[in-house]
Design a binder for this molecule. Sequence first.
Ligand code: 15L
Length: 270
Amino acid sequence: MSAATTETRPLLFTGAAGILGRWLRPRLIEAYGALISTDIADLGPALPGEETVVADLADAQAVDALVARAGRILHFGGISYETTFDRLVPSNIVGTYNVFEAARRHGVGPIVYASSNHAIGFYESGRQLDTEVRTRPDSLYGVTMAFKENLASLYYDKYGVESAGLRIGTARPDPIDPRHLSTWQSYEDLLRQIEACFAAPKLGRIVMYGVSANDRSWWSNALVGEVDYRPQDNAEAFAGALIPNGDTRDPEAPEVKYQGGPFVSDGYAR
Ligand code: 15L
């Protein structure tokens, strides 16, 4: 699809009924004009400039019909927490396959998609990671995020579908836990990163960390030259309130020792 078509057709946004989705929708309309928002859950009233479609990402035909009308895709749909493999497969694995396969078939792209820090959550806290490290999932959910990254890699190398995977840390209004001093990404920075990805002349099959400019960040996007993401927020502003007496957590507790925090300790049995 030509760059002009990419920009004149609506942006397709999956996962639009989620917490991040609801915050992003009006801002995406402001940035990109027309938006098709989809989710398996109720999307609420459509905003001016928005079309809402309730659809299951595991339904290949429904996804195909949505992608066929889109210019580019923001794929945030799926389960964003640890649960059973049976539940994760249709939502995160089949759903992501359906999005990429429809994009390939219709020549739609690029795709910016949510991966997660839980794809690398078994690295130790404090270890500095660049975007070339191998995945180290901390949960079945994290495995599905690594799957997305691998699928995106295949779809670029074999078919030329361009994408950017965001290994989102902790996207929320404010950091509320000592771990978030490293992992936090403000909503505004997440939007800046999405916009920077869509503005890049070429994405290839990049993966980036979704993180603000935190003094205590473990993650670097320095190797990703394609995207001009300049985060403006820094969790350090909350350090005095969160750890007034310094970090008193047990450094050997798995949720402290490893980057993935509670996703690591959930079921940890070593
Ligand atoms: C995630 O991937 C989750 O979707 C989110 O709810 C947080 O738990 C976040 O990671 C985190 O690691 O803080």
